[in-house]
Design a protein around this ligand. Sequence first.
Ligand SMILES: Cc1cc2nc3c(=O)[nH]c(=O)nc-3n(C[C@H](O)[C@H](O)[C@H](O)COP(=O)(O)OP(=O)(O)OC[C@H]3O[C@@H](n4cnc5c(N)ncnc54)[C@H](O)[C@@H]3O)c2cc1C
Length: 454
Amino acid sequence: MSVDTLRARFRGQILLPGDNGYDEARKVYNGMIDRRPQVIARCVDTADVIAAVEYGRENKLLTAVRGGGHNGGGLGVCDDGLVIDLSRMRSTRVNPAARTVRVEPGCTGGDMDHATHAFGMATPGGTVSTTGVAGLTLGGGIGHLTRPYGLAIDNLLSVDMVLADGRFVTADKKRHPDLFWAVRGGGGNFGVVTSFEFRLHPVKMVTAGPTFWPIEQAREVMEAYQKFILSAPKDISGFFAFLTVPPVPLFPPELHGKKVCAVIWCSTAAPQKADKATKAMRKVGKPVLDHVGPMPFPVLQSLFDPLLPPGLQWYWRADFVKEFSREAIAAHYAQASKMPAGLSQVHIYPIDAAAHKVKPRDTAFSYRDANFALVIVGVDPQPANAPMVTKWCKDYFDAVHAFSSGGAYVNFMMDEGQERVKASFRANYDRLARIKKKYDPDNFFRVNQNIRPA
Ligand SMILES: Cc1cc2nc3c(=O)[nH]c(=O)nc-3n(C[C@H](O)[C@H](O)[C@H](O)COP(=O)(O)OP(=O)(O)OC[C@H]3O[C@@H](n4cnc5c(N)ncnc54)[C@H](O)[C@@H]3O)c2cc1C
């Protein structure tokens, strides 16, 4: 198929190098990524996706699939080949009676929250509203609602997909159950998802916001946090973080530029219960800020968006962790103390409670026995500082990795090689490789944390 034939079959936009808008369209969220595809196919519907897959396959092009474009390693774009860009496919449809929402693959978390909030409902997504629902869900989906309602994939009811041979299928627990198992954590390895259907929960207001402590108190706070969160009721949640207080009006000027450890709370319990349940933790040591109160769920989800615009330099490292020993906590404190000024951060997300109701073999996401997903991110607006934040991130990881469970959440990884991908799927890898062979034997979809066909 020639590019002219593709254009004739296409409702969306085909962008080639030199076209107006090409340079904008090849940018992804991480400013460190600078790739130049041969063709960008901006789809508006499933027919466009089928045409683009056929074009890529017939021309043997390296093909990347772009949802929200937020992937740290830039897996939504490639050099030389084809980008199947889904960012224009952003419709949503809530079914309030059935308590479900259907979203197209270009939707961000913010698009989905906006749609469902009007009905007083939500489904688990991430913690930053600009992240794509597609990539986030296919890798697992960890966020503020993980403790009460599980990972994003635990609420996924069905997907529509275009496979490597151009076939269209719907996968759920009854139809193509092997494929449905694999897409719940196995990433974009098996085809292009053109629609996601999720279960909704009654979440409108949450009790949320940050508590900050000076970083010098981190050992005491981290130890108390671990104990607290692992025994808290599932409707009480909050993730632990190291960060530098940004100079914005949300925070008192005397804290601006100070390194802190924090808990970013989000409880779905009634406000009085949430306040009572978290009080003891919020009084550990001497907090310097405690800004917790009721807020609409989408407000929490977009609270930090303005601080994290697209185009910053990002370098990521991650691990799953079962438990933080005293020694591990000391190592974290030592590395976090060296955190570069600015936007670099460390997040420790609890992935217990509802996420533990699903067993390691039930979905491709295998670390159901880990209690935390750790992510270390070096972030800076200046390209000249990229090597510095990268070095800090790698050094931090090297100092704490030995205390981890071995693998990492695939959505928090850069390009770290095949062994690391295998370590992240553990015993599920072989089954994933067999399913990959069945649905994508030539590894057409390989711009991802790649599972090689068995
Ligand atoms: C600021 C920020 C905050 C984040 N916070 C969280 C968080 O709270 N929780 C969390 O779990 N993760 C979080 N992440 C990580 C996020 O889940 C990953 O970056 C994820 O890959 C983003 O998905 P995307 O669709 O935006 O990415 P893209 O870059 O578009 O795609 C990522 C991968 O998914 C594949 N893919 C995308 N769409 C499809 C599709 N429709 N069909 C098949 N394959 C597809 C791509 O081929 C690629 O391999 C965050 C990332 C950022 C940058």
